[in-house]
Design a protein around this ligand. Sequence first.
Ligand code: FAD
Length: 436
Amino acid sequence: VTVDLKHNQWTSWNGIRSHRFERYAAPTTEDELAEAIARATTLRPVGTGKSSADICAGASTLLDMRSFVGIESVDPTSMSVTVRAGTPLVDLIRAVEDRGWEIPCLPDIDNVTVGGALATGTHGTSGSPLSAYLSGVRLLGPDGSARSVGVGDPGMDAARLSLGVLGVISTATFSCRPQRRFLISEKPMRDEQWIERYPEWLGTHDFVRILWIPHSGYGYVILGDAVEEAPTRTLRSEPPRLRHRRSVSRLLYGATSRIPALVPAANTILKRLFFSSPVERFGTLYGATVTKSRGSTLELAEWTCAQDSYPEVFREIKAGLSNPRNRAWAHIPMDVRFVDEEPAWLGSGYGHPAVTMGCVTRHPATADSYRAFDLVESVFLGASGRPHWAKRFRARAETLSALWPRWRDFLEERTLRDPQGKFLTPQLRKLLGIAG
Ligand SMILES: Cc1cc2nc3c(=O)[nH]c(=O)nc-3n(C[C@H](O)[C@H](O)[C@H](O)COP(=O)(O)OP(=O)(O)OC[C@H]3O[C@@H](n4cnc5c(N)ncnc54)[C@H](O)[C@@H]3O)c2cc1C
């Protein structure tokens, strides 16, 4: 994310979205945070701006949360950690791991802020989204005053995933669990096989994730089991050529930016070179499964549907992407993950366990014409699927309101907490169907 203080302009990390602001604040204490909120006419908190949805800026005050950092307290009895919302997720995870605990389900990104991750329903696989592990959250309202909500309080399940429209998250308290160690095994598998077998894996493995490689006929299946002891045998390590994955992928997708019809060939080459060998890993959830650094910018979409609907959704997406007339050539990977039923009113897994599927373009600048995004959106919407709030989608309030049974309750809660709409932007008004 770039904040240009000379021209009062905010630009998203991948450079494709920007907004002007009149005032900028980067508070370091809760008092400064409260003061900045109270002084603002309209305000948007922003973390690292990694969201592909246009939800981070566009208000008159830009509240940069990245200086409001640190672990506030740790309670060994309840195994809970309270953290300031601007803290990078990696710092929270390290603090939790250092105590021999874990947050049982982690997203595949560690450099976003805790507040940004919570506000958008950020999730991993084989567990619940981060917000489900909250035992409490402290929010600052439009006049800067603080309120704390905890499990069982009215409004807690709205506050878990709030899009920043119920107040600015000041601190969040996570309830942790004892740390597990995982033996992870990764290998390619034909689409017909993994789509048949994944329901069984959900019952037999502690970690299930599939990196689908569109146009190749394969998924790269990642399964993990919690184990008591470190394995004594030698694990199958990554082949050395894997260190060239980024540069080769950049080269190949560079070529496809001129001729998109070459994407299937590029994906097949990438699959052969980098997703063909079985690999094993051992470590904590964070150590063995979370990507620690990334070399390229992206633009992302992600959709969710009820677990029962997914096999049909997958087949339709695969057929749509395979049809050359659709010109919907999708880059790798399309990440398939599994979330448990969750309490957040606007969560992907509200009311039922869900399967999530990502869709990515390596060319953010031309994301508007990337047809795979539209294809995936229309298939998921056909199955009453829900978008990930942080990612790209076209649907607006008219469509979205039918997807969440607690939609109206969320809007009522918003009106109660911010009647004047200080935390709204024109874009958020469209998304939520709130008149300007
Ligand atoms: C490479 C990459 C990998 C990703 N992997 C995953 C993944 O594995 N799983 C997943 O679910 N998501 C994933 N995401 C999405 C990512 O987790 C979200 O975009 C997240 O919101 C980013 O956090 P941020 O700090 O950049 O928030 P921002 O993008 O800066 O903000 C997101 C929203 O939160 C609001 N907000 C920020 N701070 C606060 C606060 N303190 N109080 C109230 N509202 C606030 C903002 O106003 C905005 O509406 C990924 C994104 C990228 C780019």
